[in-house]
Structures are given as C-alpha cells and as structure tokens.
Design a protein around this ligand. Structure first.
Ligand code: NAD
Length: 362
C-alpha cells in the first residue's frame, strides 16, 4: 500500500476528488488514501483554511492529490496553494500540455511540457506598498544608487533570480527530458532587457545544458516564445521558465489543448509533491455533479508516474483518452453544444472511465 494524502478542497473540489480517487483505485494502484481537509468550508469550522493535520499528513506521506481550494479574499489568510509550495519547497511546477482527440481546440497534436520555477521571481512576495515608510526608504536608497529615478508614489515588487534556484530547475527540466524520452529543452527569458535577473537565468541555463549533450538546448525571448507557440507549437518540446513567464505561458499552452478543464499539474520538490488540476474551485458549480473531472484525473496520472506506478498510469490515461474521444459519456463542457442534454455528470464520467479501465484489464 502507498500512503497518499487526498486534499478534498472546497467548491467543486470534493466532487472531482471523489471521481479521481475512484478512477485511480480502479487501476489497482493500491493507494491508502489519507483524507485531509483544506479550504473555506473547514475555515468556517476550525478557524483556519489549512489545519496543521493536513500539512502534517502531506509532510509524512510526501505525496498529495489536491483538489482546488478557494483563496479566501480579505480574511488575512494567504493562498493555501502558495503556502504549501513554500512550506514544502515544491520548487517545480510541472504542466504537461497534451492534445486528446475529442477535446474541442483549434490545435491538434500538441505535446508540450512546461517546467516552471516555483519559488522566486516577482512571485517571491517581496513587495513594497506605495507611500509606506519602508517603501520610501527603499526608493530613496535606489535613487541614490541608480541613474534611473523612481517617483515617491510608486509601489515596488522585487524580482530575485538566483543561481541556486535556476540551476536546480533547469537541471530538473533536463532530467525530466532524459527520463521521458524528450529531445529538446527551451529556456525562456527576457535577458535582453533584464540583464541581471533573466541574464543570469540564461547564463545558468547554458551552463547546465552543457552537462546534457544528449538533449538539444535552445533559448527564446518570452514574447517571441508566445508567438512561436501560437504559430508553430510543434517545434517545441520541454520549456523551462522563471515563475512569472511560466504562469502566463502555461495558461497559453492550456489554451492550445482545449482549456483548463483538461490541464493537469504537479508541484514537486525534493521532500514531496502535490498533484492538482490547473483550474480553480469554480464555486458556482459546487455540489451540482456537473463539472469535468478530467484535469484532476490526469493529475492522478502524473502522480502514479511519480510513484513509479507506470502501468496503472498508462491504463488510466488510456481510459480517459478513450472516454473523451468517444465523446458520449462526457461532461457538458466537452460537448459541441454546452446545453446538450446527453452530457453526463462528474461521477457518471468517472464511472465510464472506470468501466474502460476494467474492460482493458479483463
Ligand atoms: P476557476 O478555474 O475556478 O473557474 C473559472 C471557470 O472555469 C468556471 O466558472 C467554469 O466555467 C470553468 N471551469 C473550471 N473548472 C472546470 C471544470 N473542472 N469543469 C468545467 N468547467 C470548469 O477560476 P476562478 O473562478 O478564477 O477561481 C475560483 C477560486 O479558485 C478562486 O478562489 C481562486 O483563487 C481559486 N483557485 C484555486 C486553484 C487551486 O486550488 N490550485 C487554482 C486556481 C484558482
């Protein structure tokens, strides 16, 4: 038995978590699920959206499948997602973007992998609010030490990019490429403008690339990368990006494969990993057994691969792909017409995937 924490989340979280759990169990992966709560529902009861027991469970098991969680607005609580990433040092955000036949999209045959750095950059949370004493002090210091002047009415966000964090994420991208039979890594940056942050990123990327002569390496400036992805996505394979560009480009790539409903993701570190859909908790659909469970189920496929349960992962992915390709027992968002009365609910789509897993075994 492998222990895995299942964070059921809030909004549509519990429904898709249940669907994903049932599909994963049907593969015979032999998972012992430790159910853990997080989100706005538990906050109402326990006064915190992230109970200690949940954090402890993830730390103990090292692997969690996580349903979406609403980020409470104006309560003083930080995003639970950001907290887990930072607390467990999950420095990789992995987002494979792959076309499945039957998903409505303008593109076919997309097979890209986004490796996003998860800890630094403008996302590091080092921010100075306009007009505060420390902000004015910082602006004063910067004005003394730079030829460029910042006005006293500016807010300031800091963009740290370090050798250590860049090295480990670029190494991860190359190791991933090697392990998964990928041919090329593209490092994305804006080094022509931000010489000391993105410039450092590019320099370190080039150094790391020298240690992987079997994998092709190239770099792209982020704006050009976006245009290239829209025009010629087939030219790319594994992309490695600093945090902010990674955030934007992974949504662009989710768009290429038909949207957030089918985009899985993982946050990975040396001490643990959480697997989660790219989409959020869609509170307006809560409790309606309506939304698409695919993104969380495909996150489960990533989790099974991470756990070395390759044949279970392959079976699950095949069953999902077949269900989508047939297009019969799928949720409303996968039908040509969103009002199609033949659309099924979340749990019925999971039932169909399970039926296919079982028939592929027998
Ligand atoms: P969202 O992804 O929850 O929903 C946006 C819209 O996308 C929905 O209204 C729905 O039309 C569609 N959608 C999303 N998931 C779907 C699914 N599985 N099947 C069918 N349609 C789906 O984005 P939002 O409304 O901006 O965010 C809601 C909450 O979720 C916010 O509090 C946000 O902070 C949080 N969030 C959490 C995570 C996470 O837990 N990892 C990620 C993103 C957003």
């Amino acid at each position: 038995m492998t222990n895995v924490t299942l964070i059921t989340g809030d909004g549509i979280g519990p429904e898709i978590a249940e669907a994903a759990r049932r599909c994963i169990d049907a593969t015979g992966a032999n998972i012992n699920w430790e159910i853990a709560e997080a989100g706005v529902d538990v906050m109402a009861r326990l006064g915190t959206p992230l109970p200690d027991a949940t954090i402890e469970s993830v730390k103990k098991n090292g692997v969690a499948l996580k349903a979406p969680i609403t980020t409470p607005v104006g309560t003083g609580f930080r995003s639970i997602n950001v907290y887990l990433r930072q607390n467990l040092d999950l420095y990789v955000c992995l987002r494979p973007c792959k076309s499945y036949k039957g998903v409505r999209s303008r593109y076919e045959d997309i097979d890209l992998v986004i490796v996003r750095e998860n800890t630094e950059d403008l996302y590091a949370g080092i921010e100075y609010q306009k007009g505060q004493d420390d902000t004015l002090e910082l602006i004063d210091w910067l004005n003394k030490h730079s030829k460029k002047k910042i006005g006293p009415d500016a807010g300031v966000s800091i963009k740290p990019i370090s050798v250590t964090a860049t090295e480990r994420i670029v190494r991860y991208a190359f190791d991933y490429a090697r392990k998964n039979g990928r041919k090329k890594v593209t490092s994305v940056h804006k080094a022509n403008i931000m010489k000391f942050s993105d410039g450092l990123w590019l320099e370190v990327s080039r150094e790391v690339a020298k240690k992987y002569p079997d994998i092709e390496f190239e770099d792209r400036i982020v704006d050009n990368m976006c245009m290239q992805l829209v025009q010629k996505p087939e030219l790319y394979d594994v992309l490695v990006l600093p945090n902010l560009y990674g955030d934007i480009v992974s949504d662009l790539c989710a768009g290429l494969i038909g949207g957030l409903g089918v985009a899985p993701g993982a946050n990975i570190g040396d001490k643990g990993a959480t697997f989660e859909a790219t989409h959020g908790s869609a509170p307006k659909y809560k409790g309606q057994n309506k939304v698409n469970p695919t993104a969380l189920i495909l996150s489960g496929v990533l989790m099974l691969r991470h756990l070395g349960k390759t044949s279970e992962a392959d079976r699950l992915e095949k069953a999902v792909a077949e269900t989508i390709a047939e297009g019969r027992k799928v949720t409303y968002d996968m039908k040509d017409n969103r009002d199609d009365p033949t659309a099924v609910g979340t749990s019925e789509m999971a039932d169909e995937i399970i039926r296919k897993i079982r028939s592929s075994k027998s």
